[in-house]
Design a protein around this ligand. Structure first.
Ligand code: SF4
Length: 78
């Protein structure tokens, strides 16, 4: 499998210094940004290279896996 499981990023807004490094290194298409000029946190990243987490100087980017649509590990259904 070549594709990573999509992830959803979280950013500690109190720690972020708005350096812009995460956006600069992100290979996503233009526009994958938040209103605070960081990488987007409101939609999944399907590349999941995690370069943003590695480059963040204050280590304030984290992520959680997002179940693939139609996957057997989804959370819909009981
Ligand atoms: S790399 Fe880290 S400190 Fe810099 S803008 Fe992104 S989240 Fe904020």
């Amino acid at each position: 499998m070549s594709k990573q499981q999509p992830v959803l990023f979280s950013i500690g807004w109190n720690a972020c210094i708005n350096c812009g490094a995460c956006v600069a290194i992100c290979p996503q298409e233009a526009g994958f940004v938040s209103p605070f000029d960081t990488i987007a946190v409101d939609r999944p990243c399907d590349i999941a290279c995690l370069l943003c987490e590695q480059i963040c100087p204050v280590d304030t980017i984290t992520h959680q896996p997002v179940p693939r649509p139609g996957g057997h590990n989804g959370v819909n259904g009981q």
